[in-house]
Design a protein around this ligand. Structure first.
Ligand code: ZN
Length: 113
């Protein structure tokens, strides 16, 4: 009885993956900045604000456009000239009209140059 020596030559050709697939660099996902809720809507002026013509005023305005990042942010403007008494304020962010909240006649008026 001859033993059939079957030598199995183990092929040790373990090809290790030479090309390690590098993960594609994903754009870092920036956490969404937490946008604080807009401040509450400023109250309407108690009475309509009337500018005297040709005077300087301090004024507070706020943008009331719902989609504006500056929604309800009250801005204090100094040295607003009333021109003929019609003053319109526009939001520097959304270019919509701002709501005039208050206007205070400057006292004293700035000296004319
Ligand atoms: Zn705005």
């Amino acid at each position: 009885m001859a033993e059939a020596g079957t030598e199995e030559a183990e092929s040790a050709n373990s090809t290790q993956g030479a090309e390690a697939e590098s993960d594609p660099i994903l754009d870092p996902v920036e956490p969404e900045p937490e946008t604080p809720p807009p401040p509450p809507a400023p109250e309407d002026p108690a009475q309509p604000i009337v500018f005297e013509p040709w005077k300087w005023y301090d004024a507070t305005v706020a943008c009331t456009t719902a989609t504006c990042p500056n929604l309800n942010v009250v801005l204090h403007l100094t040295e607003v000239y009333s021109n003929a008494g019609q003053v319109t304020f526009y939001c520097g962010v959304c270019s919509k009209r701002q709501k005039l909240l208050s206007a205070t006649l400057m006292d004293p008026q700035p000296p004319e140059e």
